[in-house]
Every structure is written in structure tokens, then in C-alpha cells.
Design a protein around this ligand. Structure first.
Ligand code: LLP
Length: 454
């Protein structure tokens, strides 16, 4: 694939790929929310993740508004921001300020949300192998719900809640059999994988019956998450029907289910080759329709609905800023290819190596002239799979020292980052109204050495 550089233009045209406040200035460099990337690189170094605060807030608000509007005349809705995509105290605080809750999947995510001042009652806990400590922390903080993923966890959560003299608010994660999303590794609702309890085999129903027998469990809801980077509404409609059929089955057993969570997975555009994803209001409409039909057909009262978008809120709001180093031309079977090396790589974005994920890139420190050359942006790690952008058309005038930005790196970039080759992970710089400030500081080699106790 050869993507020619869809650089942000002065009129704000970004083809829906660059964050909302990204512009090319008259001088030819790029600014985000009024801050020139040249200044960001000078002050904070490279690589650096640059987060457009107004953009991430706007995307959070769009989900909240879409869900509130869709479910206003039913039992209302909640949006849980999936912290696994990227979480920091600032982001957790912004999400809470925009009316969202937080979906945490580990003690670290839970403690980050709590440290940001998000109350436990606005946090949900996930995971297929939660530790006792994670469950105890959740219970002590009065968490909104713990999503039970196995029969093992029915026992575990019941035991820990009983020991504290509490009733644990729980959901059950269903495997709906609906396939959707990108790479195999991020599809989650088919049968042969580790998450959830199968509706088809009756494992989910058995877990529900077991939960209702436990004094220390307060059974609140059903949960489903069908995959990630999903660019169509179809799968959500199908999964919703399966989930709601379980609610109907439960009602027939005399079990009331007041809440239903349809998970995350809403896709984004990484390059101009990708389809434009449906809007939050399109996804909300599909879910609403399924809930409305279910209520009409069964006569049951509407459940309170929640969803857990991660990627669609943070991915497009962030880009990674790198400095170009070595440039090399290589003769391939299909012609010449230019390898443009940058000062990061698979340690700050594993997605190209892990999922063959496609990104684009642009030179953002100036207008680099010359004909468009088939280029591959690579990192500085000791692996040939250390690819940042598989294929992009970059001007022949690109030189070492130029700043190169890769847009849409906000989700699962920093959060899946590593210290491979003992690189220090980049910081995250937020920009807003002409100001740039670090929300996660850059790691240093000293940080790594401090862990090495000899
Ligand atoms: N809820 C649950 C239960 C999840 O497992 C996930 C993601 C989400 C919500 C948020 O999904 P999102 O809206 O961000 O698609 N590392 C992969 C994605 C893994 C997603 C894991 N679960 C990637 O980089 O594409």
C-alpha cells in the first residue's frame, strides 16, 4: 500500500486522520492546538506522544451525548472509557469531567483512576484473571461493578465479598458467538478464546444461576465485548440481540437484570484507505433499536445501558512525534524503497509489528519538497519487523533532523509500549489553547537503572 502524505492543511483539512486542532502553518511546519511541533520537540524532546486535549474531550463528549440521547426515553446510559487504550491521571480526570466513567482492567488502571479522583462508584473492573488484591481493592472502593469472566471467579468474588461482609455488584461477561473487528488477536466473542462464558453451550446461564444463589453477590448485569477496531454497526446489533435474549431467559427464571453493557470496539480511521467509521450516534441507534425491540417483544422494563469505547476516544487525538535519523534506499523486487529511520519504533507502537497495523506519516517540521518516494518508516530496534509505517509516500527532500509525525497513535501505543533494547518510553505531552504540558513524563535511563538492583 502506498499512502501519499495526507498532511494537515492550513484550512484544517486533515482527512479525518489528524487530530482536530492540527494545522500546517504558513511557514510550512505543523502546529497542534496553537503549539508548533518544533517547540514541542525542542522543549520535550523526541519521540513524544502529543495529545490534543480538546479533541479527546470532544470525542468523549460525542459518545456521552449520543448515548444519553439514544436512551433518554428508556432507562438511560453510561459510557465507560476503556483505560487500557491509554490511561493517565489527566485523561481519567478529563473523562470524569466529561461525564464518563472508567473501565479498568488491572490494579494499575484502577489505582490510576482512583488517584485522579474518580470515585470507585464510577469505575468498572474487568479481566479474565483478576487477583484477590484487585477484587479486594475494587470492593473496598465501592466499585460500580466487577465483570465476572468464569465460574472460578464466581467463587472468588463471592468468597472475598463475604469475608468483607459485603455484597459485590457483578456483571457476567457473555460470549455471544458474534465475530467482528480487525486482527484475529483482537476478536473476542468467538467460542475458542479465553474471554467470557458461552451463551450457546449454556455456560453463561449456569454462571448466572450460580451467582443468584450466592448471598454475597449482587447480580446487576450482562456484558458483551465483540472485538476491536470494528468499522460497521452490524456486529453490535447482532450481539445485542444475543445478550438481550439472555436477559429474556433470565426473566423467565425470575431473575431481574437491570443493566446491560455492550462493551467497546468502535473503530477509527488510521489511513485514508480505511473506511470512515460510523458516528457514535450510529452505533447508539443500533443498540437503542435492539433494546427497544427487546422491551416491546418481552414487555420487560428497559435495562440501563453502558458501553466501553477506548480507541475511538483516544486514538485520533494523539500523534507520535519522531526525529528522522538514518535514511537508506533499498532495491526490492518491486522497485526502490526508501527506509526512513526514526528515534523510536516498536517500543512506542507495537501495533504494526503485532497486528500488521497500517499507519501514515508526514514531515511536520517544514514542507519537504521533491517527488514522492515509496518509503517505509522504521524504528531503531534490533528487529527487521520494527516497522512504524509499512508504506507511505514521502517527499524525496526528507532529511535527517526533520520531524516526522505518525497520527492516530493514541490507543494501544503508549499503553502497549515497552522498554525493548532498554529504550526509555516517551512522555505524553498534552496541548490545549496554545499551551503544551507533560501529563506523563518521559522515562529516563536512570529510571531503568533504578529498577536494576544489581
Ligand atoms: N471493553 C473490553 C472488555 C475490552 O476488552 C476492550 C478492549 C474495550 C472495552 C475497549 O475496546 P476499544 O473500544 O478500544 O476497541 N491492543 C489491541 C486492542 C485490544 C482491545 C482489547 N480490549 C489493538 O491495539 O488493536
Amino acid at each position: 500500500m502506498l499512502e501519499t502524505t495526507p498532511a494537515p492543511e492550513p484550512d484544517g483539512t486533515t482527512e479525518g486522520i489528524w487530530s482536530l486542532n492540527t494545522r500546517r502553518t504558513d511557514a510550512g511546519d505543523v502546529e497542534v492546538a496553537g503549539v508548533r511541533v518544533l517547540d514541542i520537540a525542542r522543549e520535550f524532546g523526541t519521540p513524544t506522544y502529543v495529545l490534543d486535549e480538546a479533541d479527546i474531550r470532544g470525542r468523549a463528549r460525542a459518545w456521552k451525548t449520543a448515548m444519553d440521547d439514544a436512551f433518554a426515553d428508556l432507562a438511560g446510559a453510561e459510557v465507560y472509557y476503556a483505560g487500557k487504550a491509554f490511561l493517565s491521571k489527566a485523561v481519567a480526570r478529563w473523562m470524569a469531567e466529561e461525564g464518563l466513567n472508567i473501565d479498568a482492567a488491572s490494579e494499575g488502571e484502577l489505582r490510576t483512576a482512583l488517584a485522579a479522583g474518580v470515585p470507585g462508584a464510577r469505575i468498572g473492573l474487568h479481566g479474565n484473571n483478576k487477583s484477590d488484591a484487585e477484587i479486594e481493592l475494587a470492593l473496598d472502593e465501592g466499585i460500580a461493578h466487577i465483570v465476572i469472566d468464569s465460574l472460578y471467579e464466581v467463587d472468588q468474588v463471592a468468597r472475598l465479598a463475604a469475608a468483607r461482609g459485603k455484597r459485590a455488584p457483578v456483571y457476567v461477561r457473555l460470549t455471544t458467538g458474534v465475530h467482528a473487528g480487525g486482527h484475529d488477536f483482537i476478536q473476542t466473542a468467538h467460542e475458542d478464546q479465553k474471554f467470557g462464558l458461552s451463551v450457546t453451550t449454556g455456560a453463561a446461564q449456569a454462571a448466572i444461576e450460580e451467582i443468584t444463589r450466592r448471598e454475597s453477590l449482587d447480580f446487576l448485569g450482562l456484558h458483551s465485548h465483540i472485538g476491536s477496531q470494528i468499522l460497521s454497526t452490524d456486529g453490535f446489533g447482532k450481539a445485542a440481540k444475543v445478550v438481550l435474549s439472555v436477559r429474556q431467559w433470565a426473566a423467565e427464571q425470575g431473575i431481574d437484570i437491570p443493566e446491560v453493557d455492550f462493551g467497546g470496539g468502535y473503530g477509527v480511521r488510521y489511513t485514508s484507505d480505511d473506511d470512515v467509521p460510523p458516528a457514535p450516534s450510529d452505533f447508539a441507534a443500533i443498540l437503542r433499536e435492539a433494546v427497544r425491540e427487546h422491551c416491546q417483544e418481552t414487555g420487560l422494563p428497559a435495562p440501563r445501558i453502558s458501553i466501553e469505547p477506548g480507541r475511538s476516544i483516544v486514538a485520533p487525538a494523539m500523534m507520535t512525534l519522531y526525529e528522522v535519523g538514518a535514511i537508506k534506499d533499498v532495491q526490492t523486487d518491486t522497485g526502490r524503497r526508501r527506509y526512513v529511520s526514526v528515534d523510536g519504533g516498536m517500543s512506542d507502537n507495537l501495533r504494526p509489528a503485532l497486528y500488521d497495523a497500517q499507519y501514515t506519516a508526514a514531515i511536520v517540521s517544514r514542507v519537504a519538497n521533491g517527488e514522492i518516494v515509496r518509503s517505509r518508516v522504521v524504528g531503531k530496534h534490533c528487529e527487521s519487523g520494527d516497522i512504524v509505517v509499512h508504506g507511505v509516500g514521502l517527499p524525496s527532500g526528507v532529511e535527517s533532523g526533520d520531524l516526522l509525525a505518525v497520527p492516530v497513535t493514541g490507543a494501544y501505543g503508549r499503553s502497549m509500549g515497552s522498554n525493548y533494547n532498554m529504550l526509555a518510553r516517551p512522555g505524553v505531552v498534552a496541548v490545549h489553547d496554545g499551551k503544551a504540558y507533560e501529563i506523563v513524563r518521559r522515562e529516563t535511563i536512570a529510571d531503568q537503572l533504578a529498577l536494576d538492583v544489581g
